[in-house]
Design a protein around this ligand. Structure first.
Ligand code: GAR
Length: 192
């Protein structure tokens, strides 16, 4: 199973995927890592790991449609079976998702459909929930919407900040992303 991973930031979830592949625990081919802006640590660490990288800079295009078309072309060049949004903070169009047969996987640091968007951890804290978590799902063209594949709960502790809570969620999220990819890769290999 060939995957392309899209990032906007540090890519610590991506690093968990890279580590699992290197350790021989995850049988996927990391075809490329792409970002929506230059200078992300996610791309930097991928390049250091010898993975092909690309940037389709959102700000370099006149509008979202032009950026989306360029992103589709760039990703398609790597012929992925699955595209993974791992901290990719841009909404892609339905055309993008269709180009990859709907195989667009997203991770989110909340128990969807609660607290979608760019600030899932902050919003959960502000609401005062005592349990939040993370979600891995097939993404559609909405904001963190689409069929849920896996979720896991994480308790909110007294005194948690956005940073401490997000880090605890990410520990679970990394494991959930890797195990989801493992299941998908196993399915991709099965004879039926
Ligand atoms: C992750 O927690 C991911 O779920 C979140 O960004 C973080 C990226 O961390 N994505 C969203 O909030 C999408 N709505 P990372 O760059 O260290 O992997």
């Amino acid at each position: 199973m060939r995957i392309v991973v899209l990032v906007s930031g540090t890519g610590s979830n991506l690093q968990a995927v890279i580590d699992a592949v290197r350790a021989g625990e995850l049988d996927v081919e990391l075809a490329a890592v792409g970002a929506d802006r230059p200078g992300t640590y996610g791309v930097e660490r991928s390049a250091a790991a010898g993975i092909p990288t690309f940037v389709v800079d959102f700000k370099a295009y006149p509008d979202r449609a032009a950026w989306n078309a360029a992103l589709t072309e760039a990703v398609a060049g790597y012929r992925p079976d699955v595209v993974v949004s791992s901290g990719f903070m841009r909404i892609v169009s339905a055309d993008f998702i269709d180009a990859f047969g709907g195989k667009y996987l997203n991770t989110h640091p909340a128990l969807l459909p609660a607290f979608p968007g760019a600030h899932g951890v902050r919003d959960a804290l502000a609401y005062g929930v005592k349990v939040t978590g993370c979600t891995v799902h097939w993404a559609d063209a909405g904001v963190d919407t689409g069929p849920i594949i896996a979720q896991e709960a994480v308790s909110v502790d007294d005194g948690d900040t956005e940073e401490t809570l997000h880090e605890r969620i990410k520990t679970v999220e990394r494991r959930l992303l890797v195990s989801t990819l493992k299941s998908l890769a196993a399915g991709a290999k099965s004879p039926n």
